[in-house]
Design a binder for this molecule. Structure first.
Ligand code: 13P
Length: 255
């Protein structure tokens, strides 16, 4: 039985004051929920604050992206060990906003995935098709190409390391991100099952254990049906993770 996982992605929102209120409400609201895992991915400048407010709670924290290099002349970039240093357990990779707005590719996602697992971080690899791809019936082709680009770079040893840190996949159809349009539970299930089968081609035991979470306009009023699907192991929550009550309710539904 896979434990459910809910990850909040704050994107570029927040400030010291509002973060404190939000994090305190979340930790209060979640303190008695023991049957799932909870994470918030905050903007890098607030990782220190997340560490301060979330240490010794049941809410973990993570980065929203990371660079593949260990150090060097990479102005503006953050290395995996820097996230680890600040107590991050998780890092989002290949988010559609990174791909579309910052021109990141499957290749950068693959390099970052590899660097993250080597630093002991749990990568959450985001995959998903655009609306045009969806309408053209290309969902599985796109998702497969995004996954294979990462899987192909992992040696057997790397793959074992990825299992060791409990790598996560997130299916985020781009047409559902921030649009208020959610994939139906059945649509999500179909793609999640496809992702699991793809992992099984490499290692069936790993496929049975890997958590595959859904993202794209998850709210308290649609999370229950999504989480009820057999291959939906939780959620990657954007907008609703900025509202304490909504986020707590989504976490409660995963519990
Ligand atoms: P929304 O929940 O705001 O649609 O965002 C989803 C997302 O991009 C999470 O990474």
């Amino acid at each position: 039985m896979r434990r459910k996982l809910v990850v909040g992605n704050w994107k570029m929102h927040g400030d010291l004051k509002s973060n404190q209120t939000l994090l305190e409400s979340i930790t209060n609201g979640l303190q008695n929920l023991k049957n799932a895992d909870y994470v918030v991915c905050v903007p890098n400048p607030y990782l220190f604050q997340a560490r301060e407010l979330l240490t010794n709670t049941n809410v973990a924290w993570g980065g929203q992206n990371v660079n593949q290099h260990e150090q060097g002349a990479f102005t503006g970039a953050v290395a995996p060990h820097m996230l680890s240093d600040l107590g991050c357990q998780f890092v989002l990779l290949g988010h559609s906003e990174r791909r579309v707005l910052f021109h990141e590719t499957n290749l950068t996602a693959a390099a970052r995935f590899d660097a993250s697992i080597k630093a002991g971080l749990t990568p959450v690899l985001c995959v998903g098709e655009t609306l045009a791809e969806h309408e053209a019936g290309l969902t599985e082709v796109i998702v497969a190409s995004q996954m294979d680009a990462v899987m192909a770079t992992l040696s057997d040893e790397d793959f074992a390391a990825a299992m060791q840190v409990n790598m996560v996949f997130a299916y985020e159809p781009v047409w559902a991100v921030g649009t208020g349009k959610t994939a139906s539970p059945e649509q999500a299930q179909t793609v999640h099952e496809f992702i699991r089968n793809r992992i099984a081609r490499r290692n069936s035991d790993a496929a049975a254990h890997v958590r595959i979470i859904y993202g794209g306009s998850i709210k308290a009023n649609n999370a229950k049906q999504l989480f009820a699907m057999p291959d939906v192991d939780g959620g990657l929550v954007g907008g609703a993770s900025l509202d304490a009550d909504e986020f707590i309710e989504i976490c409660r539904l995963a519990n």
